[in-house]
Design a protein around this ligand. Structure first.
Ligand code: AMP
Ligand code: MG
Length: 637
C-alpha cells in the first residue's frame, strides 16, 4: 500500500473556517422530562397555564380585607372574627366579609372577598377571635394568578440545554414531555491492538479508551453517542462499519488509523467513498486528522492517541456538534493565568496541555501517548506557530476541560503514603506527579512545582537530600525535614529470604532510576559489597531484575502479589497495606523541598502546620514516624 505523506497540512485558521461550514441536521425526539437532562430543546416552550393558577398566599397567616387593618397597632390591635381555615390544596370556596378573617396556610388559595394576608407573627388568636397588630396593604402576601408565569408566555427558548432548572420550569407548567434535538454521533475505534475494558489484556493489547472518552465528550457537547466498538485494521470491516454508522448517524467519528502508517487505511476509505476536506491539520498534537463528507454525513477521523483524540475533539469536533445543535458551548470556560515556568514550542501551532494551580499554569505534557496527561491536565493553551518560547510569568489564556476542580498544590516526587496522608489531613487537593526524587529535584529547580518529596541519600553517614540540593546548586528553595520511613525487602509471605545477600536467586523488581528508594538500596548494597570485599557491580550483576524500574511503592507490591516478581525493596507501610512480608533493612529520611516564593501562600502554611501536628504524627502508618527534626527548615545548602 502506498504511504501517505503529510506534505500539505491545513493551517489551523483554515481548518476552523472549514469546520464552521460543516453542519449536520439533527432529528427531533420527544422525551419525558425526567429523561431530558443534558439534551437540547428543539422548540420554544410556551406555558399552557398560569403559574400560579390561582391567587395564593405566600405566608401562613390570616386572609383579611386590608382596610380592616389600617388602624391596627401594637397597643391597639384590631379584632376580627375567624370564620374558616384554609389549608394548601383546599378546593372549597370561602368568603371573607368586613370584620372577618380566614386562617390560611402558605400556598393555599385566597378566599373571595379577601385582598391581603397578615402573617401569623403579627397576630394572636384566642378562640375564634383574631387580634391583628399591624396594618397590611392590599395584595400584601398574595401571589396573583399568572404573576410568576402567564399562560402563553415563552418560558424556555429553543436550543437551550436542559438542566435541573429547565426541568423544574417544564414541570411547573405541567409539561410531562419535551421535544429535544437528536444528534446521533457514531463512534468507531480502529486498531488490531484494541480490546474492550473489562477483558483481560493479552500480549500487545491495550484497552480501548477512545470509544468511551469520546462518547462522554459527545454527551457533554449535547449529542447522543452511539458506540460501534472496535474494528480491526481491515479494509472490508472498516468499510462496513463506516457505512453502517453513516446510515444510522448524523455525524461519524473514528479514531486511530489516520497516520501514514502501513495498514492505516481509514483515510483512504474516506478519500475513496466521499470527499476529503482536509487530511492533516498543522497542529500539535494530532496532525493526522481527516475531515470528510460521506454521503452528506460529516465523517471525522481522529488520531488514535487518546490525549490527541480528545484535544482534537474539543477543538474541531465539538464546534461541529454545537453548530449543528444551534448551541454555544457552556462548559468550555476560559481562565486567565500566568505561566509558572517557561515552555518551548515552535514550528506548528500547538494545543498544549497544562495543569492550573492557584492561577499558575504548568506543563502537563508527558510523552505523547501518555494517558495520565488526560488526568493531570486542567486545560489547554493554544500556542501560535511562530511562538518559540513562552517565558515564565507570561499571561496565558487557558481553555479548561469540563468542570475541573483546580488543585491547591502541585507535588512532584516519590510516591509516599505520608504525602497521601498530608493531603487527606489538610483537606486540600494536590496535583501529584509521582515520579521519583530526582524528578522532584528537577521540578523544584525549574519552578514547575510548589513542593517536591525526596529521599535521596548521599553516603552512609551523610544527611539525606542536602548533598543533592548542594550539588544542584538549588536556590530559592527550602528543605523541610519530613519524617522517617522504615525500608526493607518486600515479598510474599513464606518466601525464604533473610537479608540482602539472598536477592541473587530470586526475581527482583527494582524501583525506577532516579527514585530515592532505589538509591537507598544501592547504598545498602554498596555496604554489603564492601563487607564481602567485592565491588557493588559484582554483587548486583547476579540479581535477576536489578535493572528493572517500577514507578511507585504500590506498583512494586502489586507485582509481587501477582507473582510477576518475588521480591522488591520499599516501605514497610506499603508492604503492610498490600498484606506482604517485610524484612527491615534501614530507615530513610523523606523531606520536602518548597519554593521560597510560595512559602507564604495559605496552602503551604497549612501544609507545614499539618506536617508538625500531632494529628499527622499519630495517623502515620506503622513503619513511618515523625522525629525531633520534623518541620526543621534548611535554607542555605
Ligand atoms: P494510530 O493512529 O492508529 O496509529 O494510533 C496511534 C496510537 O494510539 C497507537 O499507539 C494506538 O495503539 C493508540 N490508540 C489507537 N486507538 C486507541 C484507542 N481507541 N484507545 C487507546 N489507544 C488507542
Ligand atoms: Mg491503529
Amino acid at each position: 500500500m502506498e504511504r501517505k505523506e503529510f506534505r500539505e497540512l491545513t493551517p489551523v485558521k483554515e481548518a476552523r473556517k472549514l469546520i464552521s461550514r460543516i453542519i449536520a441536521r439533527p432529528g427531533i425526539q420527544t422525551l419525558t422530562i425526567e429523561n431530558s437532562a443534558g439534551r437540547i430543546l428543539a422548540e420554544d416552550i410556551f406555558s399552557p397555564v398560569d403559574v400560579p393558577a390561582f391567587n395564593r398566599s405566600v405566608k401562613d397567616g390570616y386572609a383579611i380585607r386590608a382596610k380592616d387593618t389600617y388602624r391596627a397597632s401594637e397597643p391597639e390591635p384590631m379584632e376580627l372574627k375567624m370564620t374558616a381555615s384554609i389549608p394548601a390544596g383546599c378546593a372549597d370556596s370561602f368568603f371573607v366579609n368586613d370584620g372577618e378573617t380566614a386562617e390560611i396556610s402558605t400556598g393555599a388559595p385566597i378566599p373571595e372577598g379577601a385582598d391581603a394576608v397578615v402573617m401569623v407573627e403579627q397576630t394572636k388568636q384566642i378562640d375564634s377571635t383574631v387580634f391583628i397588630y399591624q396594618p397590611v396593604y392590599i395584595n400584601e402576601n398574595i401571589m396573583k394568578a399568572g404573576s410568576d408565569i402567564m399562560k402563553g408566555e415563552r418560558v424556555l427558548r429553543k436550543n437551550t440545554r436542559i438542566g435541573s432548572r429547565e426541568i423544574g420550569v417544564l414541570a411547573s407548567v405541567g409539561m410531562k414531555e419535551v421535544p429535544v434535538k437528536e444528534l446521533l454521533v457514531g463512534i468507531i475505534s480502529t486498531g488490531n491492538e484494541l480490546i474492550e475494558p473489562g477483558n483481560t489484556l493479552g500480549k500487545g493489547l491495550i484497552f480501548d479508551a477512545n470509544s468511551y472518552a469520546i462518547a462522554a465528550s459527545v454527551e457533554e457537547a449535547g449529542g447522543i453517542p452511539k458506540i460501534y466498538g472496535i474494528i480491526p485494521d481491515d479494509w472490508k470491516l472498516m468499510e462496513e462499519a463506516l457505512y453502517r454508522a453513516i446510515r444510522e448517524c448524523h455525524i461519524v467519528l473514528t479514531s486511530g488509523s489516520t497516520s501514514a502508517g502501513v495498514g492505516d487505511i481509514m483515510y483512504m476509505i474516506i478519500e475513496e467513498k466521499g470527499e476529503t476536506l482536509t487530511h492533516g491539520i498543522a497542529i500539535k498534537p494530532g496532525k493526522p486528522v481527516v475531515i470528510g463528507m460521506i454521503e452528506g454525513v460529516p465523517t471525522i477521523g481522529l488520531p488514535g492517541n487518546p490525549t490527541s483524540a480528545l484535544s482534537i475533539f474539543n477543538e474541531f469536533v465539538a464546534p461541529i456538534i454545537h453548530n449543528s445543535l444551534g448551541t454555544t458551548p457552556s462548559f468550555r470556560t476560559k481562565v486567565r493565568a500566568v505561566m509558572g515556568t517557561g515552555i518551548r514550542s515552535g514550528g506548528r501551532e500547538e494545543l498544549f496541555p497544562v495543569g492550573v494551580v492557584r492561577g499558575r499554569a504548568y506543563p502537563a505534557d508527558k510523552t505523547s501517548g501518555a494517558i495520565t496527561t488526560l488526568s493531570d491536565a486542567d486545560g489547554i493553551i493554544e500556542i501560535k506557530a511562530e511562538t518559540e518560547y513562552i517565558e515564565a510569568g507570561s499571561p496565558v489564556e487557558i481553555t479548561m476541560f469540563g468542570n475541573v476542580r483546580s488543585p491547591d498544590l502541585m507535588y512532584v516526587g516519590g510516591q509516599c503514603p505520608g504525602i497521601d496522608l498530608l493531603e487527606e489531613t489538610t483537606g486540600m487537593v494536590f496535583r501529584m506527579l509521582n515520579m521519583s526524587s530526582s524528578a522532584g529535584f528537577t521540578a523544584i529547580a525549574g519552578a514547575t512545582t510548589d513542593i517536591a518529596g525526596v529521599n535521596m541519600p548521599a553516603d552512609p553517614d551523610g544527611e539525606y537530600n542536602l548533598p543533592t540540593a548542594r550539588k544542584m546548586n538549588l536556590s530559592g528553595t527550602l528543605l523541610v525535614k519530613g519524617y522517617k520511613r522504615e525500608m526493607g525487602l518486600i515479598f510474599r509471605q513464606g518466601t525464604r529470604i533473610s537479608g540482602l545477600e539472598d536477592l541473587a536467586g530470586l526475581r527482583f523488581l527494582n524501583r525506577n532510576r532516579g527514585s530515592g528508594t532505589r538509591a537507598v538500596l544501592e547504598m545498602e548494597l554498596g555496604l554489603l559489597a564492601k563487607e564481602k570485599g567485592i565491588t557493588r557491580n559484582e554483587l548486583t550483576k547476579d540479581i535477576d531484575g536489578y535493572n528493572s524500574g517500577s514507578k511507585t511503592h504500590r506498583s512494586v507490591c502489586d507485582a509481587i502479589k501477582d507473582g510477576r516478581a518475588d521480591v522488591g525493596f520499599g516501605l514497610r507501610a506499603a508492604a503492610r497495606e498490600a498484606g506482604l512480608g517485610f524484612l527491615p533493612v534501614t530507615e530513610d529520611e523523606f523531606d520536602l523541598l518548597i519554593r521560597e516564593d510560595v512559602l507564604d501562600v495559605p496552602e503551604i502554611r497549612l501544609l507545614l502546620k499539618t506536617l508538625t501536628s500531632e494529628e499527622f504524627s499519630k495517623s502515620l502508618p506503622p513503619g513511618m514516624r515523625t522525629y525531633e527534626r520534623t518541620g526543621e527548615m534548611i535554607s542555605s545548602f
